[in-house]
Design a protein around this ligand. Structure first.
Ligand code: ADP
Ligand code: ADP
Length: 249
């Protein structure tokens, strides 16, 4: 059950900050978005564009878990093991860091990538948003079949700052070097064939059921992830522009 106040009422709606230099309330609604889809569908690739379009803080639990696995602690070592095996980090660990980030950076909207991945994570997010008087705007599903995914992940290369390339579909200007920050491109250790298979199985078992949940809630918007990246981007951007207009009406 979502947490409720003593009088049984939900938390009051948040007050919006006015436009800088004005006493008027903000005219533009916040966009609280989730990117969902199988590993390799193109969520991170699209997130780079959407951040620029809508100025949303990008919160990717994969990046956060990769940062945490560097920690010299029991937890850091356990996360490293889980990622390398293609399994999921325990819900409590992911939920805690995710909610801290949303509270720190997501006050005016957010773009979540890779969260939620289980029913439990979706429940925790719903309850946390409700307590804050907020709600999701939309869940953006990027779809691609398993054979496409395998090809994508096997050819994915990333830089140390998380910029994403592909050896065939999205080549850097200079081989092995990030266009944006000049750092070296590497293959993620969980983008190896055995681990890819495991991650896909985990997606189908644990995460795919969330698609029906968000569809029933009227939040789901689906996109064909097999189209070229610019086309997927145009579709998502157009959908979000309409959603934002509807929210403001
Ligand atoms: P991809 O989008 O390629 O699947 P991510 O970068 O999102 O990969 O995640 C990498 C790994 O980090 C996952 O395989 C999993 O081990 C861990 N992880 C990321 N997000 C979550 C989450 N919400 N719950 C549990 N584990 C997660
Ligand atoms: P995710 O974040 O969903 O795991 P990424 O954005 O990292 O997926 O994309 C996985 C791989 O597929 C990367 O190598 C990326 O360059 C490539 N890619 C992403 N979108 C497309 C697309 N629409 N067509 C072809 N390749 C793509």
């Amino acid at each position: 059950m979502p947490a409720r106040g003593a009088g049984g009422r939900t938390a009051p709606a948040r007050r919006r900050a006015p436009h800088p230099g004005s006493n008027l309330p903000r005219l533009v609604s916040e966009l609280n978005l989730i990117l969902i889809g199988p590993p390799g569908a193109g969520k991170g690739t699209q997130a780079e564009n959407l951040q620029a379009d809508f100025g949303l803080p990008y919160i990717a639990t994969g990046d956060m878990m990769r940062a945490k696995r560097q920690e010299d602690s029991e937890l850091g070592r356990e996360i490293a093991r889980v990622i390398a095996a293609g399994e999921l980090v325990p819900d409590d660990v992911v939920c805690k860091v995710l909610l801290e980030r949303v509270d720190a950076e997501g006050d005016d909207g957010f773009l979540l990538d890779g969260f939620p991945r289980t029913e439990r994570q979706a429940d925790v997010l719903d309850q946390a948003l409700e307590r804050r008087g907020r709600k999701l705007t939309a869940v953006l599903l990027i779809e691609a079949a398993d054979d496409v995914i395998i090809q994508r992940l096997a050819g994915r290369r990333v830089c140390s700052n998380g910029h994403v390339y592909h050896v065939d579909f999205n080549r850097p200007k200079h081989e092995g070097v990030c266009d944006i920050d000049g750092t070296k491109l590497v293959q993620r250790d969980d983008d190896k064939p055995e681990t890819i298979e495991k991650r896909l199985a985990v997606y189908h078992d644990e995460t795919e059921p969330l698609v029906a949940r968000y569809e029933e809630a009227g939040l789901l918007r689906s996109f064909d992830g097999t189209r070229p990246p610019e086309e997927v981007h145009r579709h998502i951007r157009a959908t979000l522009a309409v959603l934002r207009l509807e929210e403001d009406l």
